[in-house]
Write a protein that binds this ligand. Sequence first.
Ligand code: ZN
Length: 462
Amino acid sequence: MTLYLYNTLSGKKEVFEPQDPNRVTFYACGPTVYNYVHVGNGRSAVVFDLLNRLLQKLYPNVIFARNITDVDDKINASAKEEGVDIKQYAERFTEAYADDMQRLGNQVPTLQPKATEHIPQIIDIIQRLIERGHAYESEGHVLFAVESMDDYGRLSHRNLDDMLAGARVEVADYKRNPMDFVLWKPSSDDLPGWDSPWGRGRPGWHIECTAMIMHHLGETIDIHGGGSDLVFPHHENEMAQGKCCVPDSHGYARYWVHNAMLDVEGEKMSKSLGNFTLLRDVLDAFPGELVRLALLSAHYRSNLNWSEQLIHQSRQTLDRLYTVLRDSEDLEPDMPADLLSLEAIQALLDDLNTPKALAALHEASGRFFKTEDKAERARIKGEIISVCGVLGLLQEDPESWFKGDGGEGGLTEDEIEALIQARQDAKKAKDFARADAIRDELKEKGVVIQDTREGTRWSREG
Ligand SMILES: [Zn+2]
């Protein structure tokens, strides 16, 4: 089976061929832990979690690393503003990020290296860059010399002259070229710092990822992922450092995969959606799986509009899939012999085409509802469960999905059950007006009931 990925470096969709199928290496840029992350960061995390899950179906050993940037001027400034210790401040948001990832249903990456735990490796790479004539020291800073590299700009498809013309780079007289970027900078006593050949200081952002990649994964990795906002300068600079610090480099990263942005401001959102921009707030308001599906609903290279309609549609999609599970509780799923040949998985193998995969799931659930044939229903159930396993969906029990949690001001499960019982009693006593009144009351409070042969079912409205 072939996996296709769009490679930013070539500007084309390519067949993915790992250097070593027994050790696939994959790195995605993680958060700078100075605040709760934006829902857009959630999109990136979910997309790369999906890619990681898919790679695991294809290769026996996938090493997926996502870093934590825990030394950064934004962390320093925020901690100072709050009057707390910088390290503790960074730890608080590192934990919050892990919690957000878990609620989104993301797997824990194989490795989660922290920048502050790789200072010797960072210093080593900077020294090698200086020795090889790609970096220089100036006024306590060490800078990467972009002109020392023939193809600087290759990843972001721009050349140095164009960059300079449109540059909004910091002009500093310690730079030889305005595009030269910082590898190391001096720290005053009140800021985090480490001893180095260039005095007490701290690393720049780009060098952290390069050092962690080369230390844990190797000189050239298979896949490097991140948001499209990171292509320039972050990834361009990472690649420059990674290629220039070793002789005969094989290119630092072979496939560069970038997800498009989430458009939150594009639409005015109503109060019910809360105009949330922090992932944490969104996860407090909606089930994690719903948020996950919403973030996966557009192709990862297309912009995604975060809207009330998106939430509503995602709820409907999940309700439909969970209905399949609920309606087949007595059926053992017949799992597909060849997962990779399923239409939905084929779509994912084609550059993570999630809209097409979701359409295939919709079609499969349609077939399920149309047939009474038990063997066929068991087969479709197996198909849906296995595809959703790769997507990280349907991880809940259908009953608990439909019952959800009432949220603030809603009816509790016990209250709902009591009202349903009261309605049953009213019906038995032939007090149909009372029974209808209870149904209306439940509906008004967002609870839909359905009378079936097995009794009355209820679910909360999305
Ligand atoms: Zn990075």
